[in-house]
Design a protein around this ligand. Structure first.
Ligand code: F0G
Length: 459
């Protein structure tokens, strides 16, 4: 262990047993689940790396704060505590809760996106993109080229390409661009951060055209930590100061609190502009709830207010990001192909390099996923040919994405480093006998978002 190695900055007060099944049981269970991880029961999973969303462990302070929740329909004290917490980090005075991130996205898109508009960003998350498209808008991913190269070790692979952004803004102007959206960290290419320099310049480009800059801030604390450790000039700044500097470049944000809020459910929007907030309140009243709760219980708003403080603590982030990096390093040392450098919340295995003998239409990343479950009871998520393939409307031929990835998302404060060692041991063992793995074929798929309910069979 290196001397600066940081063990878990907490000790365990309450435990949740996890159950190890037998290999034979898991073979049966995954077959019954149609080789789709979403159909497994959580109790049949030993280590669950499906997502880092809504899976965090709360602190004793958060549980204590829940007892102080104010469940008033209007004007709840919990709301005002949440508003203060959000405002002190973002500087945006108008804060509106929502039940989760996509609810905030729907409200913002319903107000601002109209038929034929274009919305540039580094790389929009799936639900965000879907809400833009439902309004007739065109989401544009303008990530720098390094962001799509799994071998590039660029420190800020979540940066937006500023030349492309400038061209889009000049070409379409503020009539057709309702806002620019930067997602921090960028989930769709592996939890990769954007630098403050890049964010500042993007904000200036947008401002020059009179266009607002918004942020999707599901993992803003992790992005701030990357800036702290990787960007010149921010070593002496606290994580909160860095987060404040990010928000100062923009005009508003949408948050899925299920990630860096350190809670199991929740979200919010926050804006500089009062009239935008007032319009959002109107939509909230008919969809989410009165603006001082917006779909959240008072106690949950209190837990979130506290979580937003804890997530900015340096010792928390050092361990959190260190744990993800620790798993990545064990895999890299054994030659396992992963996206480098690892992102903030997950390690992504490169399915095509892991199983070069399995063609993309036989879902190599999913083949690794199924084998990891059978061998180790580990649940992971394919983000590749199953999730992102697009069928040509005329020829019916599937177009597969460049990257066929398997995400090992690490829930916050849930697993110990020895769980990470267990996961690494199984991945490495599988990699050594990769030649024996076979692909899968899809036997059922629904018309939309097929990964959630499709069924597969081994070849
Ligand atoms: N934005 C980003 C960057 C996300 O990663 C997610 C969710 C959302 C918005 C939507 O938030 O789930 O609260 O409605 N990501 C989850 C994941 C589902 O597993 O990465 P939500």
């Amino acid at each position: 262990m290196p001397a600066d190695f940081l063990a878990e900055p907490y000790k365990i007060k309450m435990v949740e047993p996890i159950r190890m099944t037998s290999r034979e049981e898991r073979q049966r269970l995954i077959k019954e689940a149609g080789y789709n991880m979403f159909f497994l029961r959580a109790e049949d999973v030993y280590i669950d790396l499906l997502t880092d969303s809504g899976t965090s462990a709360m602190s004793q302070e958060q549980w204590a704060a829940m007892m102080l929740g104010d469940e008033a329909y209007a004007g709840s004290g919990s709301y005002y505590r949440l508003k203060d917490a959000v405002e002190s980090i973002t500087g945006y005075p108008h804060v509106l809760p929502a039940h989760q991130g996509r609810a905030a996205e729907k409200i913002v898109m319903d107000i601002l996106v109209k038929q034929g508009m274009v919305i540039p960003g580094n790389m929009h998350f799936d639900t965000t993109r879907a809400h833009m498209q439902l309004r007739g808008g065109k989401p544009l991913d303008l990530i720098i080229p390094e962001g799509l190269d799994p071998k590039s070790r660029h420190p800020f692979k979540g940066n937006i390409d500023l030349d492309k952004l400038e061209n889009v803004l000049k070409q379409h102007g503020k009539e057709k661009v309702p806002f620019v959206l930067i997602t921090i960290t960028c989930n769709n290419n592996g939890g990769q951060p954007a630098s403050l320099t890049n964010i500042k310049e993007a904000g200036e480009l947008a401002r020059r055209q009179g266009i607002p800059l918004f942020f999707d801030i599901a993992r803003f604390a992790e992005n701030s930590y990357f800036i702290h450790t990787r960007e010149e000039g921010y070593r002496e700044k606290s994580i909160k100061q860095i987060a404040q500097a990010i928000f100062a470049c923009g005009d508003g944000c949408m948050m899925s609190s299920k990630k860096d809020g350190l809670v199991n459910m929740g979200g919010f929007m926050a804006f500089n502009d009062r009239s935008l907030y007032e319009q959002a309140c109107q939509l909230s009243i008919i969809n989410e709830g009165f603006p001082t709760y917006g779909g959240m219980a008072g106690r949950d708003m209190d837990a979130l207010a506290r979580g937003l403080e804890e997530v900015l603590e340096l010792s928390y982030l050092k361990f959190r990001m260190g744990q993800v990096a620790y798993l990545a390093e064990m895999l890299l040392k054994a030659g396992v192909p992963i996206v480098e450098p690892p992102g903030g919340h997950a390690v992504y295995i490169d399915g095509r390099r892991f199983l070069p003998h399995i063609p993309q239409e036989q879902f190599p990343a999913q083949a690794v996923s199924v084998a990891l479950y059978i061998e180790g009871g580990i649940r992971t998520l394919e983000l590749g040919s199953i999730v992102f393939a697009e069928k040509d409307g005329q020829t019916g031929v599937s177009k597969y994405p460049e990257l066929d990835l398997l995400r090992l998302a690490i829930p916050r404060r849930v697993y110990t480093n020895s769980h990470m060692e267990y996961v690494a041991a199984h991945v490495i063992d599988l990699y050594k006998r990769r030649d024996t793995l076979k692909g899968l074929k899809m036997v059922y798929q629904p018309p939309v978002a097929r990964h959630f309910t499709c069924r597969l069979e081994p070849l």
